[in-house]
Write a protein that binds this ligand. Structure first.
Ligand code: FMN
Length: 368
């Protein structure tokens, strides 16, 4: 029996995960009119054989205007649902890895060019651009087209879109939903006083700025089966004076826990062009630890976690309950196998690959 903390199971809101490695959501900008393509089949297919405890599908827009780029995945109608269904069916046929979907709205950071084409925001009159929405008319960058401030009907529309996407996620058989409230996108932009300059009940005090994200969370929670977890991803700080910070994040995390949130995924930044991020290995782990000290639900730490011993230490020291991997697992899609080998643990692998087990590592692979 392995003594690895990283490879010990965990229960997240009723969902049993085989280990503490979570594949973080990663936009692929390879959808067509919001519909997943065969790229997603290949990309998610290979990650579903990585041995991680959970695979989180990329930021999935709840309405067309909520896409970061025209290549983003969406879940707003039968066609987008059917495209996801085909990919999920293929993954489920060959992998038992639990699947989560991240539901998102890009807000004022929507309508951008593909990252590998520069990633600049495209104006509404551009063929691949559209009008963006936000809490206020403050743009992300002074160069951007100002967003339209969501009025009462607009807030209702967006909340309803999240709710409908949650219902579709349930029908698609997802094991969990993650609500995206990080990286400067719509829900984060309501939280931060730098982007939210409303003077109605959705702006001003911390309670008011949290109101819309919490309403969205509640709508998603109510629309998804009670025995399946809904989690939330937050930026714990804007990394800028006068912005959203970890103290406010703790208040949000506690409010979420009261509302049945099953886990908090702690990221940071993305809201302001002048952010000063002290990037180094595990740089967001101290933020996760502060959140973990304030709630009883599991907390996920993410960001430049690259080494098995580093990941093991995050979990073993109690900094966080799970670790998220993005670039690390893109670079090495068998990272959990290699980590299990180093930490003398075992990992689920498909039988088609069992013959690859290096001699001397007997017991590395276990059947899925
Ligand atoms: C290609 C790519 C796409 C990403 N897309 C998303 C996304 O859809 N949703 C999200 O919350 N974060 C997204 N992120 C951020 C990652 O989930 C993760 O938080 C971040 O990259 C830090 O982890 P890492 O150091 O392991 O890459 C993305 C990151 C990368 C590299």
């Amino acid at each position: 029996m392995s003594k690895s903390h990283l490879f010990s199971p965990i229960n997240v809101g009723g969902l049993e995960l085989a280990n503490r490695i979570v594949i973080a959501p990663m936009c692929q900008y390879s959808a067509e009119d919001g519909r997943m393509t065969d790229w997603h089949m290949m990309h998610l297919g290979q990650l579903s054989h990585s041995g991680a405890g959970l695979l989180t599908i990329e930021a999935t827009a709840v309405e067309p205007a909520g896409r970061i780029t025209a290549g983003d995945v969406g879940l707003w109608d039968d066609a987008t649902q059917a495209a996801i269904a085909a990919v999920v069916a293929s993954i489920r046929r060959w992998s038992s890895m639990p699947l989560a979907i991240q539901l998102a709205h890009a807000g004022r950071k929507a309508s951008c060019d593909l990252p590998w084409q520069g990633g600049a925001q495209l104006p509404p009159d551009h063929g691949r651009g559209w009008q963006t929405f936000g809490p206020s008319t403050v743009p992300f960058s002074p160069k951007d087209n100002p967003p339209v401030a969501l009025d009462e009907a607009g807030l209702e529309r967006v909340k309803n879109a999240f709710e409908q996407a949650a219902r579709r996620s349930a029908r698609l058989g997802f094991d969990a939903i993650q609500v995206h409230a990080a990286h400067g996108y719509l829900l984060h932009s309501f939280l931060s006083p730098l982007s939210n300059q409303r003077n109605d009940e959705y702006g001003g005090s911390l309670e008011n700025r949290m109101r819309f994200p919490l309403e969205v969370f509640e709508a998603v929670r109510a629309a998804f089966p009670a025995d399946r977890p809904v989690t939330l991803r937050v930026s714990a700080t804007d990394w800028i004076e006068g912005g959203w910070d970890v103290t406010q994040t703790i208040a949000l995390a506690q409010a979420l826990e009261e509302r049945g949130c099953a886990a908090i995924n702690v990221s940071s930044g993305g809201l302001h062009v002048d952010q000063q991020i002290p990037i180094s290995p595990s740089y967001q782990v101290p933020l996760a630890r502060k959140v973990k000290e304030a709630v009883t639900i599991p907390v996920v730490a993410v960001g430049l976690i690259t080494e098995p011993e580093q990941a093991e230490a995050v979990v073993a020291t109690g900094d966080a309950d799970m670790i998220g991997l993005a670039r690390t697992i893109l670079y090495d899609p068998r990272w959990p196998w290699h980590a299990a080998a180093k930490l003398q643990a075992s990992v689920e692998a498909p039988p088609q690959y069992w013959r690859s087990q290096p001699s001397g590592l007997r017991g590395l692979f276990k059947p899925s």
